[in-house]
Design a protein around this ligand. Sequence first.
Ligand SMILES: O=C[C@H](O)[C@H](O)[C@H](O)COP(=O)(O)O
Length: 237
Amino acid sequence: MTATHPDPVAAFKEQAAIAAAALVQDGMAVGLGTGSTARFVVAELGRRVREEGLRIKAIPTSSVTEKQAREVGIPLTTFAETPALDIAIDGADEIEPRTLNLIKGLGGALLWEKIVASAASRFVIVADASKYVDHLGAHCPLPVEVIPFGWENAAHKLAALGAQATPRRQRDGSFFLTDEKNLILDCVFGPIINPDALSTALAETVGVVEHGLFLHMATQTITAGPEGLRVLEPQKS
Ligand SMILES: O=C[C@H](O)[C@H](O)[C@H](O)COP(=O)(O)O
């Protein structure tokens, strides 16, 4: 299958997605990511299930992806049935190319995404080449999922860590709610020089359920851009 999308950035996403979907083999348990790039992965895996008889079972990372997976005919499983996954394939908002540390969650699915990624032997990221940055936080806010009760208190604590924290809202002004009915605080930290320290501080913040720093998790990134496909693995420090 080759990428066909008329929009060039979407075509790069589709190209990366098709290359990553080719890593999935018969019998695998697969984590299905969320977002505009992961959407192409789910579409391609669905095509392989229908046209090539690929036998897989999958766990989706959001209700949106679950709906798409059902529509394209991918059999779903649960962690009760399948506690470990062979591979998870997902998008990213920012990628640090040396470590493959990531920011994820601009689509609001970071909590289920991190659970699924942590259950997978291989965590493959698909993206267009514009997602590479020198330092995480350079362009994107860091999404932080917090429980609704006392979210202002959590925002205050995040401000003390250096963030400008804004609750994500929908077009009608109401709060955006995650699949777990939590809120997202979009936190502008600027370039994050020590992501490990920030990750630890966020994990210790009461009221924070999870955050969008995915550190030391990605085993491979597959990106596509004007220079073609690029496959990276984390460099040993
Ligand atoms: O919550 C959303 C996810 O982390 C997405 O995988 C991420 O935002 C990348 O999405 P996209 O492929 O649409 O840029």
